[in-house]
Each structure stands twice: as C-alpha cells, then as structure tokens.
Design a protein. Structure first.
Length: 193
C-alpha cells in the first residue's frame, strides 16, 4: 500500500488524533545544495507526517516570492532533477550508525516541464525506486494526465495529487475526487502561493 494512503487511513482510525496531518513543503537544494536529505530527516524527527519536496523550476509562475526566491537559489546552487534523485537514493534505508531511514510519505511537488524533460516514465520509475509516494504537479491538466500518464503513475504506485481552489465547481471537485487515490490539495485562494 502506498504510504500516503496508509497514513491517511491510520489518521482516520486514530482515536487520539484529530483528522489533521502536518505536511511541510520545502525547496530541494535550499538553502544549500546538499541540505535536502538532512532537512527531510529533521522534519520527520520533529513530528512532520508528510513532506512535499519542491523540485525547483526556472519559471515558477504559480509560486509567490518566497518559493520563487528559494527555487532561484536552489537552481543557482546547482539543483537538478538528477541531483535530487541522487540525494534521495538512500533516504528510505537505515544506516549502519543506527539511524533509521525516513518512513513518512514523501511527495515531489513541481512543474511538469522538468518531468517531461527527464521522461515521464523514467521519472516515475526513479520515484518508485527511491521511495517517493506521490507527485503534485499544478500545471499538468487532468485530462492530459488521464489520457497519457495515469497508467504510468499507477504502474509505479504514485499518487497524483490534484489541486482545487475556492472557485472550483462542485462538479469538478467530485470528478477529481472520483479519480484521486490519495487526497486533493486545497489552495486557499486563487493567487500565487
């Protein structure tokens, strides 16, 4: 079972927790190129229950100034998709020193262009190999996802998280819910993040 689905089920069954999960976003390669793995480990140790790893992109149009700045700095640091995968290669594995591997759900959040450049199937395969549980791709239209990529995502047990806003129609929300395997990402306003 995908770790996202498992975490959501555990959270729903828990009597001592509310129905809330603490999920944190950060930009890979920021503030320093090689901080990605240590940030993930520290977040888990601090009680974070799910992590959205931002894959920096050169033209982050839907992002606000803070994420734009962290993405720009990460790219200046040399962050690439290939480097991110390299940094995450052993994130799930326990170390001989006794340090456990990361167990919480990990998602990559980013724009579709770098995924397309890497090769969608190759990207999804690599995500599965290193233990990524889902993707949040704000600029991947749902009809294109369904027609061209859903079978690839499912083949590699990756949950595609769709986004809605307060302006999203009830019909569209119900449609997205019907094809979602994990959760739907509610953007609090129809502006940049």
């Amino acid at each position: 079972m995908n770790r996202i689905s498992k975490k959501l089920q555990e959270n729903n069954k828990s009597s001592d927790k509310s129905d809330k999960l603490l999920s944190i976003y950060f930009t890979a390669g920021y503030p320093n190129l090689n901080d990605t793995g240590s940030i993930i480990k520290k977040l888990e140790e601090s009680g974070v229950e799910m992590i959205e790893i931002g894959l920096p992109f050169s033209d982050p149009l839907a992002d606000g100034p803070t994420i734009q700045e962290s993405s720009t700095k990460a790219l200046q640091n040399g962050m690439t998709t290939k480097i991110l995968f390299s940094q995450l290669e052993n994130i799930r594995k326990s170390h001989p020193s006794g340090r456990k591997g990361v167990n919480i759900p990990l998602l990559i959040m980013g724009y579709f262009n770098p995924i397309l450049q890497y090769g969608v199937e190759d990207f999804c395969k690599k995500c599965a190999e290193i233990g990524i549980d889902g993707l949040i791709i704000p600029d991947l239209p749902v009809d294109v996802y369904q027609k061209e990529y859903q079978t690839i995502f499912e083949k590699y047990n990756l949950i595609n998280v769709f986004l809605i806003t307060p302006q999203t129609s009830k019909e569209r929300i119900l449609f997205l819910d019907s094809i979602s395997k994990g959760f739907i990402y509610m953007v609090s306003s129809a502006s940049t993040t």
